[in-house]
Ligand binder design. Structure first.
Ligand code: SF4
Ligand code: SF4
Length: 445
């Protein structure tokens, strides 16, 4: 049975369970609990169970929110809202049009919509920002945006942008905007000055003008996130969290490895040289991975991912965990985690994963090794695009972002001895990972 067929069946079942089936049965609920004007009644599909206050906005947001460049399907966004997800994070570089057409028919006031705008180094003029915000309003087909964020701030300088803040003030006066915020992955080496995510975001907290932050936090990368969230709590700033799942990188790589071995056996061709260095390590880690799976009685990576999300939800300073939903299956898998407590077995699984396989994960918002690269390759950013490509199934977006990077990309890595890798405190085999990422992100197939 093809995966496309599976997807269609899954989609059909989900729609049947979550909306069409119920509306068809005429079981309408007058409470409008999830913001759907023609709300539905009991069904078996997963629902959001917990809402948290988003800092000083006072808005009660679902603990699981929607964020990311996809989906391109309105039905997915609609199903999410029906399931009780009321926080939507988008960006002018994502698909705001889809969000705009999806929210029609829902009570706008029950949704919190954030959009983001980026600048290479800094914004130029207030007028430029106003024009861009008006374009977003048009695409989102809404009278107002709940929160306008600076997208992926790369320095403390942009946090202070007077062009941004005076545009925000004007939009608020016009009733077109309620709050402002900032998202951050740390800075890239190619962009001076180099600052870490916590330096940039703690600067935003201090600045006092931001109401909501979007930051990276997960069980393999805790320190910066904890520090930022604590500071936000003290100033009553809302926190939304991304990159919550370090995506079981080992298992993704293992899949690539198996495919390469199969192809090489079939065609009688050698495995590409760039990959042999990394893949030779697999033999060493294979045993560890197998005993990890056996010990925790796992049937796949979904269980590790669920534990990783519960880990973030367990932190009371995290107001909303953003997930990307590209399929109906994602809705089934993630919405059910709402209000789910972290168990002691989750803790053991995550601890063990870190110990045995955590070295395959390039920590988001890290960038420690970048200053050792003679070509100023933005290592951490490239590995983030690699995650979009593989784990979040956002291939087109990831490849576009990679193509638009300024300066050297990972093509510089092929003939390099890997200075970055020698300086990684987590022993990530990043030299090989960069070579693999480059081929994936530039492949046309
Ligand atoms: S390879 Fe290591 S040092 Fe470099 S960005 Fe990734 S985690 Fe940080
Ligand atoms: S492998 Fe070499 S060129 Fe590539 S990022 Fe590391 S140091 Fe730079």
């Amino acid at each position: 049975m093809s995966s496309e067929y599976n997807k269609r069946i899954k989609r059909r079942n989900f729609i049947k369970k979550s909306s069409a089936g119920l509306l068809g049965a005429g079981m309408l609920n007058s409470k409008k609990s999830f913001g759907l004007e023609e709300d539905n009644a009991k069904d078996e599909s997963p629902r959001i169970k917990q809402y948290r206050t988003l800092g000083r906005t006072g808005f009660r947001v679902s603990d699981i929110g929607f964020g990311g460049a996809y989906p391109n399907e309105e039905e997915i966004v609609k199903a999410l809202i029906r399931a009780g997800v009321n926080y939507i994070d988008t960006a002018e570089s994502y698909n705001e049009n889809v969000i705009g057409s999806s929210i029609k028919g829902f009570d706008r006031k029950s949704l919190f919509i954030t959009t983001k705008m980026a600048a290479f180094k800094n914004f130029e003029t207030k007028e430029q920002i106003l024009a861009r915000a008006r374009k977003s309003l048009e695409k989102l087909q809404t009278d107002y945006i709940d929160c306008l964020m600076i997208h992926a701030a790369q320095s403390s300088e942009i946090i202070k942008s007077e062009a941004f803040h005076s545009a925000v003030k004007q939009l608020k006066n016009e009733g077109r905007l309620r709050y402002c915020g900032v998202s951050c992955h740390g800075s890239m080496w190619i962009h001076e000055p180099k600052e870490s995510m916590d330096e940039i975001l703690l600067g935003a907290v201090e600045d006092g003008r931001f109401d909501v932050l979007l930051l990276t936090y997960n069980y393999l990368m805790q320190d910066m996130g904890k520090k930022i969230m604590k500071a936000c709590k003290e100033k009553n700033i809302g926190t939304t969290i991304m990159k919550t799942d370090p995506y079981s990188k080992y298992f993704l790589l293992k899949k690539t490895y198996d495919m390469m071995v199969e192809k090489s056996t079939k065609d009688g061709t050698p495995i590409p040289a760039y990959a042999t260095n990394l893949f030779s390590k697999f033999e060493r880690y294979k045993e560890q991975a197998e005993s990890f799976i056996e010990k925790h009685n796992l049937s796949g990576t979904d269980e590790i991912r669920a534990a990783a999300i519960r880990f973030v939800l367990d932190n009371p300073d995290a107001d909303c965990v953003l997930m990307s939903f590209t399929t109906f299956e994602d809705i089934d898998n993630y919405v059910k985690l709402s209000g789910n407590p972290l168990s002691s077995s989750d803790k053991k699984t995550l601890k063990d994963y870190e110990k045995s396989l955590g070295r395959f994960y390039c920590r988001h918002a890290c960038g420690v090794c970048e200053e050792h690269c003679p070509h100023h390759v933005p290592v951490n950013t490239i590995m983030r695009y690699d995650q979009y490509f593989h784990a979040q199934n956002q291939r087109e977006y990831a490849s576009e972002q990679y193509a638009s990077l300024h300066g050297h990309k990972a093509e510089a890595c092929e003939n390099c001895p890997g200075y970055c890798e020698k300086h990684c405190p987590y022993n990530v085999p990043v030299h090989s990972l960069l070579n693999i990422a480059h081929r994936k992100l530039t492949s046309t197939s």
